[in-house]
Design a protein around this ligand. Structure first.
Ligand code: NAP
Ligand code: F7E
Length: 340
């Protein structure tokens, strides 16, 4: 059987790693797109670089010419767009750049697909941040969008333009609406990785304190490896459509801290309120505090997704729960610190 050819924009990121791993297992020819950087950006995917069906090319979502050329030359069967300025907090500092990459960059890919002679299936990495400030306790594909950041707003443009191109030009274009998903390969400045990395270091004496922002927002956290499986399934259906991918479980940041501390057997005692809230160790040292600089100008207070459509149509459900996720992330941190 002829091997499928896939392009992955955002191959060097967390999901890029897990999707590459999955597509290699499925015998695809994979073309990953990396952007130019002053340091080596391929750390996560280094182990795939010697695989004969894995190729890496330079490209950038802010450079339309690079996108058109890559699609014209590679002639893929499937394109997975995972590339984004993916940090919500940072999007308030770099709003135009975020919109260029996360919104206009997606349009550039779709327009290259429209002008291609080949039928190309397209996946867009959408996000629960598009729901933003929502009254619905559980969000699904019909929940009203109300984004609260340049990141969420740019992703909402991408969501709608993907639907527009699907309807107007009969392109097999799909949106995943993915809730937070984490792994040992999560970027260092996302809250789960920051909590697990710093608390593990505190436990073994490499760090003294963890400083966080809002402890009371709630998120639905899954495992990236489970979620890329759903991403792949979305492009293998008979009809293009949009799907929420989530776990249906929700925890506050403080609960996530407590779960991590408990897995590390680290005793915490919380005192104070608001910006003065702190956690003390068993020896009464302040090991967690709060700083305004990690708060955002607008916050998304609560997110919890219903994956029932994905379960019914994609036959997908999450495999790992939050405790297993935390334990795996801690084990990786300990490995990095040479702790057996
Ligand atoms: P990530 O680790 O931050 O990876 C983002 C990828 O995009 C990296 O490969 C990055 O390259 C690349 N990128 C950034 N700007 C680019 C540009 N201008 N041109 C080309 N590539 C660019 O994010 P992730 O967690 O894997 O998430 C994958 C996608 O899913 C993102 O679109 C994200 O917004 C979306 N999403 C993530 C979650 C989640 O919880 N993880 C949930 C919903 C949606 P560098 O390595 O060079 O930085
Ligand atoms: O924040 C709070 C913060 O940055 C989670 C991205 O993958 O998921 C991710 O976006 C919550 C927020 O993820 C700190 O205010 C407290 O309420 O880990 P995060 P995010 O903003 O939910 C969505 C679905 C995506 O699409 C995005 O690409 O944690 N928080 N203290 C903190 N957050 C950070 N980063 N750092 C703190 O110190």
């Amino acid at each position: 059987m002829k091997k499928k050819i896939a392009i992955i924009f955002g191959v060097t990121g967390q999901d890029g790693y897990y999707l590459t791993k999955l597509l290699i297992k499925k015998n695809y020819i994979i073309h990953g797109i990396k952007r130019r950087s002053s340091s080596v950006p391929t750390k996560r995917i280094d182990k795939f670089l010697n695989q004969k069906n894995f190729h890496v090319h330079y490209g950038d979502l802010t450079d339309t010419a690079s996108i058109h050329n890559l699609i014209k030359i590679i002639k893929p069967d499937e394109i997975y767009n995972l590339a984004a300025q993916s940090h919500v907090g940072v999007s308030f500092y770099t709003p135009l750049y975020t919109a260029n990459v996360n919104a206009i960059g997606v349009l550039a890919i779709l327009d290259a697909i429209r002008n291609s002679e080949k039928d190309i299936r397209f996946y867009q990495a959408g996000t629960s941040e598009m729901f933003g400030k929502t009254k619905d306790k559980l969000q699904n594909e019909k929940t009203k969008f109300n984004p609260q950041s340049p990141y969420g707003t740019a992703k909402l443009f991408a969501h709608h333009i993907t639907q527009n191109y699907r309807d107007a030009y009969n392109i097999f274009a799909c949106n995943g609406i993915l809730f937070n998903h984490e792994s040992p390969l999560r970027g260092e400045n996302f809250v789960t990785k920051k909590i697990i990395s710093t608390l593990t270091k505190i436990k073994y004496g490499f760090e003294k304190k963890l400083t966080l922002g809002n402890l009371y927002s709630k998120r639905d956290w899954g495992h990236a490896e489970d979620y890329v499986d759903a991403i792949h399934k979305i492009l293998q259906q008979r009809k293009p459509d949009d799907y929420v991918i989530a776990t249906g479980k929700q925890y506050s940041i403080k609960q996530f801290v407590n779960l991590t501390a408990s897995s590390l057997n680290l005793k915490l005692r919380w005192i104070g309120k608001g910006l003065n809230e702190k956690a003390l160790s068993s020896s009464k040292k302040i090991i967690i505090d709060v700083n305004k600089k990690y708060f955002r100008p607008l916050e998304v207070d609560h997110l919890k997704g219903s994956y029932s459509k994905a379960k019914k149509i994609l036959r997908w459900k999450p495999k790992k729960n939050v405790k297993e996720l935390i334990d795996q992330m801690i084990a990786e941190e300990k490995k990095q610190l040479n702790i057996l």
